[in-house]
Write a protein that binds this ligand. Structure first.
Ligand code: ADP
Ligand code: MG
Length: 556
């Protein structure tokens, strides 16, 4: 007897549901994408208990007639693909006909749909993939409710996280879709409360503003470029607005949110030389390609793509992004050159002038005693070479500053927290503001006092002196991300947040220190517990003794 069996449809659907529906957020993504494909201009999402109890997506799109409504839960039933050539000319988000049967096989689904102007709408109920009820209804558009996700697959249900975590995933999925389609109005209601509402926007910039607030845009530069059937629209970090995580990186290919190595490595490459270690740029990148030159049929969730002209795309993105970053940097450099301080060039000029007095001999026999006034040279904007006791120390002044502040934050010494005369108001994304408000006490330990102003706007009432003049939007955003990641092995939540905040306060000024400030930095660094490493584990200083130098010059 044959041992091979063809699996029954219900089981097949459950298997493919495993790929398409990983968690409630996947249901939100698939349903929104169906609404977009249906030409909706208004999409409303309601979820309860992190989407585990209920997810409802309602749209004003073209709707379905009764026969289609009955068919759409069949596997590989789609209105978006008719023949094989279509597979290489995908212009819709869906095409595999897998989402609805997958969702219906692992939850209880209710579909209400109808075509505008026709009274032949229908209301359907399905549980575990089987139709349980069908009624006529008049409705223009489509509303799909999925309840009790994984009620019949307990093994998968076990993998779901806390409601709040699942809700954050939903917010991320929602945000991606909303940023992808600025011309559609989107709203998200969580447990009956309005969470995010974005009216139709004029372009990506306005949608990003709706989601992340006006301060967020300050750190971004805009790119618009065309090249032979490719179009790039992007908002990317300027040369100093970096984050400690990849959480603000978005790539859309033909309006589909995707992850792609080619695109993101082209972007990172554009920041080569200016991106500090452990930092990440913010980017929103919208790439328009000829649909025939990109394959979306790589993975069931369609989040991965294959480009026919991968290298050309890489060069296009890298080239345009680098140009934009450079342009912005040279404006900054012009400003920087006018600032007081000693850059390498300035120091060289001084050395070559007849009255040069900055040359100090470090004698082998007579080590220089520590002096508050040390000869030093800035190498670029970050490194300072200081001649000192028995050799040469090269200091990364940002890393050193980070170490000092990190320890101050953790030990709560010398924070110099002060009340703001004019409290600052900052709009965050909904997710960020929730995280910050939930962990408000932690921040107040660091001298940061925030209040809820409503609509994801936070009022900042007090700050530690180290954060004076810092980009508060980024500080809070990075702190929120650290709160989301939670405790890491070997490091408490408090330590993680302190490291994030210290990093902001120290990079803020892009300033060159004067002699007195440098001496203070060095002596403060000396007082820390781990003076040789910044909180992220990078060195703060490297020392070359005369002996080391001799070895390097092969004199020993
Ligand atoms: P796909 O999107 O890949 O075609 P789905 O299983 O997601 O597959 O949906 C099956 C079909 O159901 C779609 O092709 C479409 O015709 C119809 N459909 C699904 N959602 C909607 C909606 N919100 N409005 C109108 N039609 C829809
Ligand atoms: Mg679909």
């Amino acid at each position: 007897m044959a041992t091979i069996k063809v699996l029954p449809p219900a089981l097949r659907n459950k298997i493919s549901a495993g790929e398409v529906v990983e968690r409630p957020a996947s249901v939100v993504k698939e349903l929104i994408e169906n609404s977009v494909d249906a030409g909706a201009t208004d999409i409303r999402i309601e979820v309860s208990h992190g989407g585990k109890q209920m997810i409802r997506v309602s749209d004003n799109g073209r709707g379905m007639q009764k026969e289609d409504a009955l068919l759409c839960f069949e596997r590989h039933a789609t209105s978006k693909l008719v023949d094989e050539t279509g597979l290489f000319d995908i212009r819709t988000l869906g095409f595999r006909g897998e989402a609805l049967p997958s969702i219906a096989s692992v939850s209880r689904v209710k579909l209400v749909t109808g075509i505008k102007g026709s009274s032949a709408g229908v209301s359907l109920e399905i549980a575990g993939g089987e139709v349980k009820g069908i009624k006529d209804s008049s409705f223009a558009g489509t509303s799909i409710t999925a309840s009790d996700i994984f009620f019949n697959t307990p093994a998968r249900k076990k993998f779901l996280k806390r409601d709040s975590t699942e809700l954050f995933h939903i917010m991320d999925a929602f945000t991606k879709e909303a940023v992808a389609r600025h011309e559609i109005s989107f709203s998200l209601f969580t447990d009956g409360r309005e969470a995010m509402v974005f009216p139709k926007a004029s372009g990506p910039r306005e949608r990003i503003l709706q989601v992340f607030g006006p301060e967020f845009l300050d750190g971004l530069i805009e790119i618009g470029a065309d090249e032979d059937h490719m179009r790039l629209t992007a908002l990317i970090s300027n040369g100093s607005n970096f984050r400690k995580s990849r959480s603000h990186q978005f790539v859309f290919v033909n309006t589909r949110p995707v992850r792609d190595q080619t695109v993101s490595s082209a972007l990172y490459k554009a920041y080569e030389g200016i991106l500090p270690g452990g930092s990440h740029p913010v980017f929103f990148l919208f790439l328009e390609l000829d649909p025939g030159k990109v394959d979306f049929n790589v993975h069931p969730t369609k989040r991965e793509v294959r480009f026919e002209e991968k290298e050309r795309i890489y060069r296009f993105i890298y080239g345009r992004a680098r140009e934009a970053v450079r342009g912005e940097r040279s404006r900054y450099a012009a400003h920087f050159a006018q600032m007081p301080g000693m850059t390498v060039q300035a120091t060289q000029d001084r050395l070559s002038s007849p009255s040069a007095s900055a040359v100090t001999l470090v004698s082998e026999n007579e080590p220089l005693p520590y002096r508050p006034v040390l000869p030093f040279i800035y190498l670029g904007e970050t490194f300072v070479a200081v001649s000192g006791v028995g050799g040469l120390t090269v200091i990364d002044h940002h890393a050193a500053h980070e170490r000092i502040l990190y320890e101050k934050f953790l030990r709560r010494i010398d924070l110099g927290s002060y009340q703001l005369l004019f409290p600052a108001q900052i709009k965050l994304s909904h997710k960020e503001s929730r995280l910050i408000l939930e962990n408000r006490d932690l921040l107040s330990d660091f001298g940061i006092e925030v209040d809820d102003f409503g609509h994801d706007v936070l009022t900042i009432r007090a700050l530690p002196s180290a954060l004076e003049g810092a980009d508060l939007r980024s500080v809070l955003s990075d702190a929120a991300e650290a709160m989301l990641e939670g405790v890491r092995p070997g490091r408490s939540l408090k330590e993680t947040i302190a490291a994030r905040i210290a990093c902001h306060s120290s990079v803020r000024g892009r300033e060159i220190l004067n002699q007195e400030e440098l001496s203070r930095l060095l002596s403060d660094l000396e007082k820390t517990e781990h003076p040789d490493q910044c909180p992220h584990g990078r060195p703060t200083r490297l020392f070359f003794s005369l002996d080391d130098l001799k070895k390097m010059f092969k004199r020993k």
